[in-house]
Design a protein around this ligand. Sequence first.
Ligand SMILES: C[S@@+](CC[C@H](N)C(=O)[O-])C[C@H]1O[C@@H](n2cnc3c(N)ncnc32)[C@H](O)[C@@H]1O
Length: 195
Amino acid sequence: MSEDVATKWNGRYSAEGVQWQTSPPRDLLLSFVDRLPASGLALDAAAGVGVNGLVLARRGLHVVCLDVSEVGLRLAREQARRENLWLETAVYDLSHPWFPPACFDVILNFRFLERATFPMYRRALKPGGWLLFETFVRTPETHTDVDFYLLSGELSAAFADFDVLHDEELTRVNGRSGQPKSTAQLVARKPGDLD
Ligand SMILES: C[S@@+](CC[C@H](N)C(=O)[O-])C[C@H]1O[C@@H](n2cnc3c(N)ncnc32)[C@H](O)[C@@H]1O
């Protein structure tokens, strides 16, 4: 991760923080939230302003939000404080992740890709823990930052030995650019017999 990434996102959240805070949580999370545990510890990875992590905090989970943007994380903390929710934050570079084994009940990874997190998510989930992952997939139109795009099928393959509850790749026309955007969605639980 370069310094530029943190600077870019700090600038965006300083300028457009309210827009990010008022944008809805991911539909994928909302469609599974009632099935998630209502206590325990959750990670919102690359949380931004924390709109998704806050959903889990409202459900009753203790939530740790990690991101390189201290501006986004401050907005997440301020919202949690207003609602009296348990949510902690840390400025953290997920391109060099390390998490202890079997510590999280739920991990969220939305609109962010760092392949080094895959083995860490696998190890950091408790047996039975939930992974909710959604991010962009490379298409023939993708021309920038290709490292930030999944290959088709890559996400499913990385967690093929999990208990998969939802696995889908979708293409929608982006409202702003008019270009098709593809995303991969995965909801999966870590089996009891995996380390
Ligand atoms: C498109 S936003 C997604 C935010 C949030 N997950 C959501 O869906 O609303 C991408 C986020 O990734 C964060 N990010 C980028 N590179 C990162 C890295 N190496 N480690 C941690 N966070 C990073 C950015 O600061 C930004 O908040």
